[in-house]
Write a protein that binds this ligand. Structure first.
Ligand SMILES: Nc1ncnc2c1ncn2[C@@H]1O[C@H](COP(=O)(O)OP(=O)(O)OP(=O)(O)O)[C@@H](O)[C@H]1O
Length: 218
């Protein structure tokens, strides 16, 4: 199993004491599989993705990813895991302002030691970024920046893609292209895809769907 989550619990401080957002979440995802994660706004979907990526810590429970115990790693260990094996497409694009689009797309693949210029070029073409390769992030629209962030993640060929509403700012045609590229990565490399989405059409393209409600997945 590529990803196993057992009994994950997470609370945040609220005005009247801790509020439990996740109350014992269990999840298993195998390599080469796709899973849609749905749930109302504020149900804890982003929180779960952050915990899996090792960007935040849980109070209880266990996350195992590709043989590593994420919940037992320190910050440096989590960073190394993300660099090598996990691709993150979150709502903050985190592009590097001093690098042009081409260098932003190549950045993570270079860090992971897996840079292939032909792959970058193909992704840029598929996501409509070829005319923008020499531009800087500040010269792009929100949707263009989002596509650069997606291309950067897919260029690095991670074993697990964690995507939080990856097509939120995109029109239907571009959303379709993004989904096709994510599914192509799954088909080519056996990556697993865990996608948070409010879109019925996107969720329907995933093999499985889980709904987060009252702190639990069903
Ligand atoms: N750093 C934080 N401190 C306190 N509360 C937080 C924090 N982050 C999230 N929360 C709360 O935890 C709950 C879950 O938030 P989360 O962002 O995981 O929801 P979500 O399902 O991803 O929502 P959306 O679909 O609107 O993006 C919300 O009630 C939110 O207010």
């Amino acid at each position: 199993m590529l990803l196993e989550v057992d009994g994950l619990t997470k609370s945040y401080a609220g005005p009247e004491g801790p509020v439990e957002v996740l109350r014992g979440v269990d999840l298993a995802l195998d390599a080469g599989r796709t899973l849609a994660l749905t749930g109302d706004s504020g149900s804890g979907k982003s929180t779960l993705l952050h915990l899996i990526a090792g960007l935040d810590t849980a109070e209880a429970g266990r996350i195992r990813l590709d043989g590593a115990e994420v919940t037992a790693l320190d910050d440096a260990g989590c960073a190394a895991l993300r660099r090598g094996r996990v691709g993150i497409v979150f709502q903050q694009f985190n592009l590097i302002p001093s690098l042009d689009v081409a260098a932003n797309i190549a950045f993570q693949a270079r860090l992971a030691g897996r840079h292939e210029p032909e792959r970058d070029a193909r992704l840029a073409g598929a996501l409509g970024l070829t005319p923008h390769l020499a531009k800087y992030p500040e010269q792009l629209s929100g949707g263009q920046q989002q596509r650069v962030a997606i291309a950067r993640t897919l260029a690095a060929r991670p074993k697990l893609v964690l995507a939080d509403e990856p097509t939120g700012n995109l029109d239907e045609t571009t959303s379709g292209a993004v989904l096709e590229e994510m599914l192509a990565l799954v088909a080519e490399t056996g990556a697993a895809l865990l996608m948070v989405t409010h879109s019925e059409a996107l969720a329907a393209r995933m093999e499985r769907r889980l709904h987060l409600s009252r702190g639990r997945l069903a």
